[in-house]
Design a protein around this ligand. Structure first.
Ligand SMILES: NC(=O)c1ccc[n+]([C@@H]2O[C@H](COP(=O)([O-])OP(=O)(O)OC[C@H]3O[C@@H](n4cnc5c(N)ncnc54)[C@H](OP(=O)(O)O)[C@@H]3O)[C@@H](O)[C@H]2O)c1
Length: 243
């Protein structure tokens, strides 16, 4: 399977790329980002990885379109996370976190409609607080959660309207933690502070394993809550450890 990982330089994408390279069901990994991801030496012994830079996430170049035409799945991780919201305007946050992902699934649907091959699986990484019902704004991250919920609705609608050409899934993790990073909680507390209360957690290894499992073996359901990601990820990691 050929997998596209969008947002290749990010925290989650770095683990996705590492696991995808090692996964026997993934033959090729296209890492898409606004700048090149850096990998540790020897991280890609079989030469599965291709790094691609994208200059415009709303109008794709021909080289990216041709990768979309031949890929089997995409895991979309590009977004402004809550801890970085102050670094951009609200309009930029909406464009980067919602509009880019919607433009991507629309582009993929169009490309695959013109040249149907296998069914394309598209996973949008959203968040636990995101809501598709604007009247149910959560107590924290209120407008942000509605905006991410709008992205979820638009992505699932685009897949529904593709007549089976594209299948979409929304992953809704709580806090993604890295148990292997000793500075994780200090950095997280600094970025998220009191927002952390009551938010469920998933390890970055579990969510990466869960998302790759869904792209390789099929999507269980169109919305994966944090508990689903923990369950699917833990099972996939255990299977890898015993093989
Ligand atoms: N981390 C968590 O605890 C957590 C929890 C729940 C949900 N999530 C969701 O999981 C996904 C991944 O999160 P993450 O923690 O991996 O985020 P991250 O480390 O901040 O990575 C975000 C990615 O988006 C890219 N990006 C940001 N602004 C961009 C722009 N203007 N144009 C193109 N690319 C841009 C970044 O590129 P640069 O490196 O070039 O900036 C990076 O590759 C997001 O949807 C996030 O909301 C994360």
């Amino acid at each position: 399977m050929k997998l596209l990982v969008a947002g290749s330089t990010g925290f989650l994408a770095t683990e996705l790329i590492r696991q995808a390279i090692a996964h026997p069901g993934v033959t090729s990994v296209i890492a898409l980002g606004r700048r090149e991801a850096s990998l540790p030496a020897g991280a890609d012994p079989a030469g599965k990885l291709k790094l691609l830079i994208c200059k415009d996430f709303e109008a794709y170049s021909d080289d990216i379109k041709s990768e979309m035409a031949t890929a089997d799945a995409c895991i979309w991780t590009i977004a402004i996370t809550p801890g970085k919201l102050r670094s951009v305007t609200w309009e930029e946050a909406c464009k980067i976190s919602r509009d880019y992902a919607v433009a991507a699934i629309e582009a993929i649907s169009q490309i695959r409609r013109d040249n149907p091959t296998s069914k394309f699986r598209f996973i949008y990484t959203s968040g636990h607080t995101a809501t598709r019902d604007p009247s149910k704004k959560p107590l924290i991250l209120r407008d942000y959660s509605v905006m991410r919920g709008e992205a979820e609705t638009l992505i699932l609608k685009c897949a529904q309207e593709s007549n089976g050409i594209v299948e979409a899934c929304v992953a809704k993790p709580g806090l993604i933690e890295d148990p292997k990073d000793p500075r994780f909680w200090t950095k997280t507390a600094k970025n998220y502070g009191r927002m952390l209360f009551g938010i469920p957690k998933v390890s970055v290894q579990e969510i990466a394993a869960a998302l790759i499992d869904q792209t390789v073996n099929g999507i269980d359901k169109d919305t994966l809550e944090n508990e689903d990601l923990v369950r699917i990820g833990a099972k996939a990691l255990a299977a890898q450890a015993s093989s």
